[in-house]
Structure formats: C-alpha cells, structure tokens
Design a protein around this ligand. Structure first.
Ligand code: ADQ
Length: 490
C-alpha cells in the first residue's frame, strides 16, 4: 500500500464491538475475531474508520457516545448505522440470511424469496451508503465486507459520491445454475460490478462469478489469468481476485504453548483416558454438516467395531442465530442424534460423543485443538472455514490429522496435506477417520508440518496485504499467475 496516502474505511454489517446490557448499564465489548486483529493496526496507523451496526436497536440509546470511549482506546473511529427492528428483520434475518446465505451455500430449498426482504435490503444498503458518504472523503479507501452490503458501491455512485471501493465476499459464490434461481440475480450481479475490486475466497468462486457476469453482460471481457484479473465492460472496468482468508497463526500457536494451556491440554487427554480425540468445532449452522458428521461417527462405530472404547468424538458448537426457527430445529435434531448414537453404543466407562453447546473461551478452544488427534471439518459448503486453519496452528505437537470437506474453500489451499472427504458420503468419512486413526506418527507429522507451514505463511496479515495491494496497485503484473489447477479442482 502506498504510504501516507489514504485512510482505510471498513464497512461491515456489525461493528468490531458489541453493545451489551448488564443490569441497567450498557457496556461495549470488543470483538475478538481474526478480521478485527488484522485490521485494527491498519486502521490505527491510518486513522481509519469502521462503519457498521452496533447490535442495539433501541432508538433512545445514545450509541455514538457509548462508542466514543471504545474508539479512543482502539485508536480508530467507529460509526454506527442505526437500524430498526423492522429493518433487521427484513434486511438481516430476511434477505441476507434466508435468501443469500442458503442460496450461496447451494441450499436453495432453504430459501424464502420474499419480495419484501428485497426492498428492506435495498433500504438498509442505502442507509449504510449514506453513512459511508458522510464519514469519508474521496481520498479514502472503502473496504466493504460480505453479502449483507453488496449494494454499497452502487448507491454511492447513484448519490454521485466518488470513492475507491473494494468488496470481499466471505461466503462461496455459487455456480450459475444455482445463482440463476435468485429473482434479483441481475441486480445483484450489476451491483457487484460497481466496485473497483471484488474479492472471493477461491479461484472457483471467482470463476463462478465471472461466468454469471458474462451471462448478463456478454460484452464484458476478461484480461489476465492470475490471482487478480481485470474485467472490462464497455467504458467501465473493475478487478476481480481470489484472496483466501486466514487466521493470526502466531496467536493460536503461542496460546497453545502457554503454560496454563499446556496443562489444560494435558488434563483433557487424561480425562479422556488417552483415547483418540476426534474434534468438531463449528457455529451451529446447517451449512456446517453437523448432523451428517454425527451419522458418519455412527457409521464408523458400526463399520469398525474395534474402535469402540478407543475414540471420543467431541463436538463443540457455538450458538448462532438462536431466534431463527430453522436454527432451533437444527439444535433439536443434533440433540436427538447425539442421544441416539450414545444410546446405541455407550457402555460403562465410555460414551462415544461429547457434545458442548456453548461458546468457548479462546484458551479452552485452543487446548481442545492441541489435544485432538483428528479434526473433522466437514461443512456441506463453506467460504473458507477458519476452524481448519486454527486447528493446524494450535496443533503444536504436529501429530494431528485434518479431515476436510472438499466443499470448504480451505480445501483449495490444504488439499495436498489434508484428508479430503465428501461430507454427504457417510461411509467415505467413516473410512477416512478409520485410516487417520491408524496413520503412523511419521506420516502425520509430515502432513501436519506442511499444513502449519502453509497457514503460517499465508496468514491473516498476508490476506489483508494482498487485498489492499490489489485495491491500490495500478499494475496487473504485480499479480503473477498462480497454480490455477490446484484451485479450480475444488
Ligand atoms: P463462519 O461461518 O462463522 O464465517 P468459520 O470460518 O468456520 O465460519 O469461523 C468460525 C469461528 O467461530 C472460528 O474462528 C471458531 O474458532 C469460532 N468458534 C466456533 N465454535 C466456537 C465455540 N464453541 N466457541 C468459541 N468459538 C467458536 C464466515 C464464512 C466462512 C469464512 C469466515 C471468514 O462462512 O467460510 O471462513 O466467514 O471469512
């Protein structure tokens, strides 16, 4: 990035801080995700701004003054976009999470194509764009995150506001035959092409997007074949790139080596009586394939009865979108399946599945990652999947095996050293776990050490740099061709 030129403006649905009511008092809690960790220093150094919704919808609450203290401490400004309950219902729960989320994860039968959601999506996107226009200047770089805010560049332009804009889609972009089901398909594609740079998790996602662009705008021409390409549509041009997101490797690796975490890891192994630990960690979401994974464990115990009493499957699920009916149903389904499998196989002193439904503090999560012999990361579809990378970073003994869904974006980068599976193929997953169980230590070490090397080098800071470099650089030669075959396979 050219030094001293521009402020960075991050725009996302939620701010990197959440408002929480404790008794009568509102407090501001900082967000702890990798994105915040990676962007905070850039925002601080450049006097940047983060624009988003605070999570509170009480119209009488003075959110701006509550956030002032946080801004001063964080070293960058926070600007909130106030949203009403009605807007959250239509734009967030409705259009974003009942239409785009399932459709882009290839689960179109879960979509509810309610036309009112679309109107609300546009209204809220306009509200966000107004705030972006108000709090930024033409010299700033605007980096918009995710599917909630696809219309930012479109509305900024329609207001006559000139800004340099980039957009990153954290979830997959579907193939044209699935995307075409969207009643507002043309408007969504058109809005995406209004950004100066559009970023995806994988080359495959980008290829899907380009095919949709060319379907609606056959006059568009693509130049280049590297990680970043230029798309020319008449007089207008924009860039499209693949930027696989990652984690703060050192944060996880260092935590795994901290004395208290080492002890916690040891205690976990002791408590599970040196059985091999198979670990699943997810937000409780239907895209993550948790019921299928439990059924694969059942299949494993049926097919390979010698493993009874020699493994424990630990599933940690963080509650998510709990007010939504579908998520409540999923929770019930998982409760039922865990009970059934445990009922079928357990014997005195051994219960095959340990299920935790809660958010874990970081150090506890890392102890599980460090203790687990096998990570079972089997989403039905996923933009990237950071759990796969967190597991490798925290597995400091380098003896763990990563079993990874071929439908996770992470598979594009990790396929050579992870065990790839089809999450729908219960027999295949069971066989993979059985093989991983019997893998010798040398082989496991070889694979895990390669995986860790990859996550260490292509970490979250590398990701921020590559996106911003693509957003600011003028020259396509800065983005040499990458091994496309490796990525296109997913
Ligand atoms: P998510 O779908 O939220 O993100 P993911 O990448 O799997 O998915 O990250 C989940 C995060 O939640 C991880 O950092 C994990 O540590 C944490 N987590 C899970 N269970 C937890 C628990 N019980 N307690 C505490 N923390 C827990 C979206 C896309 C992904 C993409 C990311 C980033 O859907 O595909 O990888 O954005 O772009």
């Amino acid at each position: 990035m050219e030094p001293g030129l521009r402020r960075l403006i991050v725009v996302s649905n939620r701010l990197p801080a959440a408002l929480k009511k404790e008794g009568d008092q509102w407090t501001v809690k900082p967000g702890a995700g990798g994105l915040v960790t990676a962007l905070a220093p850039v925002l601080r150094n450049r006097g940047g701004v983060w624009i988003g919704w605070s999570g509170a919808s009480d119209p009488n609450l003075d959110v701006e003054s509550l956030l002032e203290g946080f801004s001063a401490e964080a070293g960058y400004e926070l600007r909130t976009v106030p949203l009403t309950q009605e807007e959250i219902k239509g734009y967030y729960f409705g259009f974003s999470n009942e239409i785009i989320w399932p459709l882009f994860h290839d689960l179109q039968t879960r979509c509810r194509f309610d036309p009112q959601y679309w109107q609300s999506y546009l209204d809220v996107n306009f509200k966000f764009a107004e705030q972006v226009a108000r709090h930024t200047s033409a010299d700033d770089y605007i980096w918009v995150h995710d599917y909630h805010l696809i219309h930012q560049a479109f509305f900024l332009k329609s207001m006559g506001v000139k800004r340099n804009t980039g957009f990153f889609l954290h979830i997959p972009f579907p193939t044209p035959d699935i995307f075409m089901k969207l009643p507002w398909r043309w408007k969504i594609i058109q809005a995406m092409t209004e950004f100066d740079l559009v970023g995806f998790q994988t080359m495959q996602d980008r290829a899907n997007f380009i095919r949709c662009v060319q379907h609606f705008m056959p006059e568009c021409e693509v130049e280049g074949d590297g990680a970043v390409i230029t798309v020319r549509c008449g007089t207008r041009e924009f860039r499209a790139g693949a930027f696989p997101i990652s984690i703060d490797f050192n944060q996880f690796a260092d935590l795994a080596q901290r004395e208290d975490v080492v002890q916690r890891t040891f205690a976990l192994r002791e408590a599970l009586k040196h059985r091999k630990i198979i670990l699943g960690v997810d937000r409780l979401d239907y895209t993550k394939g948790i019921p299928e994974r439990i059924l694969a464990i059942r299949q494993l115990l049926k097919r390979f009865p010698d493993l009874k009493g020699r493994i424990n499957f630990v599933q940690i699920a963080v509650p998510s979108r709990e007010d939504v009916e579908e998520y409540k149903e999923l929770r019930d389904e998982i409760d039922l399946l865990v009970g059934r499998v445990n009922g079928e196989f357990s014997f005195p002193g051994w219960v095959p599945i340990h299920y935790h439904y809660r958010s874990f503090p970081h150090d506890e999560l890392v102890a599980y990652y460090a203790a687990a012999d096998i990570a079972l990361v089997t989403p039905l579809r996923d933009g990237m999947n950071l759990v796969a990378k967190e597991y490798c970073a925290a597995n400091i003994s380098e003896t763990g095996v990563l079993i990874l869904s071929e439908f996770a974006g992470a598979a594009a980068q990790m396929q050579d050293h992870a065990y790839l599976v089809n999450p729908y193929d219960l027999e295949g997953v069971a066989r993979a776990v059985n093989r991983a169980f019997h893998w010798d230590k040398r082989e496991r070490k070889e694979m895990m050490s390669e995986l860790r090397q990859q996550v260490r080098s292509d970490n979250i800071f590398w990701w921020v740099d590559s996106f911003l470099q693509a957003g600011f650089s003028k020259n396509l030669d800065d983005f040499p061709p990458i091994d496309t075959v490796r990525f296109e396979k997913v």
